[in-house]
Design a protein around this ligand. Structure first.
Ligand code: MN
Length: 251
């Protein structure tokens, strides 16, 4: 088994090593990650400058690009065109709940793996402190083994969030839907040392749609949250409505 691992926190992030160590018990791990923190890079690709690849002291490949770049470089260069059996991304140092999924580079690496045609899994620890990364490592190992036994099918990935608690404190697993975050205070104005206006994008707000059944709710109650995602964004439920509009349009 060849397991391709990436993240968006960068090649030096502790969560990456915990994931690589946990999955080394499942198969051969190949780690290809951004050379620095690229959180919130989403699925962006680097097309304006060439990419460079260096090797870290741990034998990880560090790419001067985004998580999505890393998966492409891994497939076409590091693995010389060979496909990995699975792509696992993380362990992100922070939650990827609700709308975060759209912005997340962690999820994007999994999506890029899915585009290659292999099963893929995004792992995040729902805490900035990350005191219990090994809990997420254990969860990642089990879910990787499961996905290797039984693929979800093309277009589908798993987005997994793990509460930052010891393994024996976990209450179990919940299959969840994406909630939504509040949209208040997204931009925080401030002043630089020359009194010029600057703006910080604020850290993620709390959950707004965070009730039972959501990823937020599972984490809040010390469950592992597993959200199956599909990469196809088509809103099939809107087909009839949009079709009826189209029938009234004229050329
Ligand atoms: Mn990150």
């Amino acid at each position: 088994m060849k397991i391709l691992i990436s993240n968006d926190d960068g090649v030096a992030a502790p969560g990456l090593k915990v994931l690589a160590d946990a999955l080394a018990e499942v198969g051969e791990v190949i780690v290809v990650a951004p050379d620095r923190n690229r959180s919130a890079a989403s699925s962006s690709l680097t097309i304006d400058v060439p990419l460079r690849v260096t090797k870290s002291s741990l034998g990880y490949f560090a790419v001067s690009g985004t998580p999505a770049d890393c998966i492409l470089i891994a497939h076409h260069s590091v693995l010389k065109g060979e496909l990995p059996d699975i792509v696992v991304s993380g362990i992100n140092m922070g939650a990827n709940l609700g709308d975060d999924v759209i912005y997340s580079g962690t999820v994007a690496a999994a999506i890029e793996g899915r585009f290659l045609g292999v099963p893929a899994l995004a792992m995040s620890m729902a805490s900035r402190q990350c005191n219990h990364l090994e809990t997420a490592g254990m969860v990642a190992k089990q879910l990787t083994e499961q996905l290797l036994r039984e693929d979800l099918g093309k277009d589908r990935i798993l987005n997994v969030n793990v509460p930052d608690i010891a393994l024996d404190e976990l209450r179990g697993f919940k299959v969840t839907r994406q909630g939504h975050r509040n949209r208040d205070n997204v931009v925080v104005p401030a002043r630089d040392s020359r009194n010029k206006p600057i703006y910080w994008l604020a850290p993620p707000a709390t959950g707004k749609d965070a009730g039972e059944g959501t990823d937020f709710h599972a984490i809040e109650h010390n469950f592992v949250s597993i959200t199956p995602l599909h990469v196809d964004l088509t809103a099939y439920q809107a087909f009839d409505q949009v079709s009826s509009w189209v029938s009234e349009l004229s050329l």
